[in-house]
Design a protein around this ligand. Structure first.
Ligand code: URA
Length: 261
């Protein structure tokens, strides 16, 4: 790696950690992963094209086509140009589930590329991962008018496609970003304060709407949505999110960042 690139990466890592209010040095990454973190939306894939990855990509494409055909969003009002289905590695060990695309995501057809996405990318980098090695999607696949929070009815119409995505990817853990995704997957109506920082199962053992076809439940870690962190940018909130993400790192056996000297 040349010195200029190494310097840009070091600066970006420092910014990511500062943004999260973390006084740690980040986990070392493989050089090919670092590239993709610099420009997440323009990242070219460095992942090996294994038969399993190709098989899962085909299945995800099929779900996307089914969504495009069914257009479940025809039953509610939207303000969308593009369908924002999902982005990342079909074999990801970790899936992030957000709420709904915003204006930038609608334009690009890619989840989390606006301001919240920038922060999410930094959170992913701070965990020692890259956007291309995780999978990112939303409860709603189209932009609601005025960035409104999805209603339970809208979430319910879109949920089967999200469940199918999770069934194909079968990640080792899911991070739900904010209330919509958390309440949908856990089938609970509690506050984020009560649900975050704990592991839950998807599908929930007592779920009424939970889908079948998941042989073993997937651990879910709810945490605050990056948009909430941008709105309420306090050290306390940032360290809560970071502590949730550290639980995820432990679950996946990822190296915890060493304390800065
Ligand atoms: N907020 C979300 O929940 N999802 C996006 O894709 C962008 C912003």
């Amino acid at each position: 790696m040349d010195a200029a690139l190494a310097k840009r990466i070091a600066v970006q890592d420092a910014e990511a950690l500062e943004m999260l209010g973390v006084t740690f040095v980040p986990v070392k990454q493989k050089p090919q992963d670092q590239h993709s973190n610099l420009l997440p939306s323009a990242a070219t894939t460095n992942l090996e094209q294994t038969p399993e990855r190709a098989r899962k990509q085909v299945l995800l494409d099929e779900i996307r086509v089914r969504y495009e055909t069914d257009q479940p969003h025809q039953h509610f009002s939207t303000d969308h140009t593009n369908i924002v289905f999902g982005d990342g590695d079909p074999c990801a060990r970790l899936v992030f589930v957000g709420e709904a695309p915003g204006a930038e995501e609608d334009k690009a057809g890619v989840p989390f590329v606006g301001r919240s996405g920038e922060l999410l990318s930094k959170m992913i980098v701070a965990m020692g991962l890259s956007r291309e090695t995780v999978y990112i999607c939303n409860v709603l696949k189209v932009r609601p008018p005025n960035n409104a929070t999805p209603t339970p009815e809208q979430a319910k119409l879109s949920a089967p496609y999200l469940y199918d995505q999770l069934r194909v990817i079968k990640p080792e853990a899911i991070v739900t970003l904010g209330l919509s995704a958390t309440q949908l997957l856990l089938e609970r109506t509690d506050s984020m304060r009560d649900m975050r920082a704990k592991w839950w199962d998807f599908p929930p053992p007592d779920g009424i709407h939970a889908p079948d076809g998941f042989d073993t439940p997937i651990p879910v870690m709810p945490t605050y949505h990056p948009a909430f962190l941008l709105r309420q940018n306090t050290k306390e909130n940032k360290s809560k999110v970071w502590s949730d993400l550290k639980l995820v790192m432990s679950k996946l056996g990822l190296q915890q960042p060493a304390k800065a000297r």
